[in-house]
Design a protein around this ligand. Sequence first.
Ligand code: THU
Length: 132
Amino acid sequence: MKEIMSKQQKIKLLEAAKKASRFAYAPYSRFRVGAAVLTKSGKIFTGCNVENASYGLTVCAERIAIFKAIAEAERYFDAIAIYTNTKDFTLPCGACLQVLAEFSENLRVIIINRYRKIKEYRLSELMPYPFK
Ligand code: THU
């Protein structure tokens, strides 16, 4: 399937990631993350981090977004946007990279910070050797 992402879609995706960060359940770290994945069929699924008193049970925003999409029968993705209200750019953790790599090697990974500055990567740059 070919990759299609208009400028409008990109803006929508970034906005969706930002909005999703508002729903983060992060009483322990107080670090709110929002993610939004764009499926090849043009749909957007969002996620936020969900923490737990048993810290290791925490799930990152990226995995929530991708799992929501999978659970709605979507398996092909063009992009994921990740937003944090910080100066620094938050890149997906190793566990999330491995999960993303399960579904699309060439995924566009767009990181947005509080100043609406953007950094863009390909998943293959961030995770060149996933376990397969
Ligand atoms: N977190 C994410 O949601 N995504 C990332 O890419 C990095 C970390 C969350 C997990 C935890 O709730 C908080 O950020 C601090 O690690």
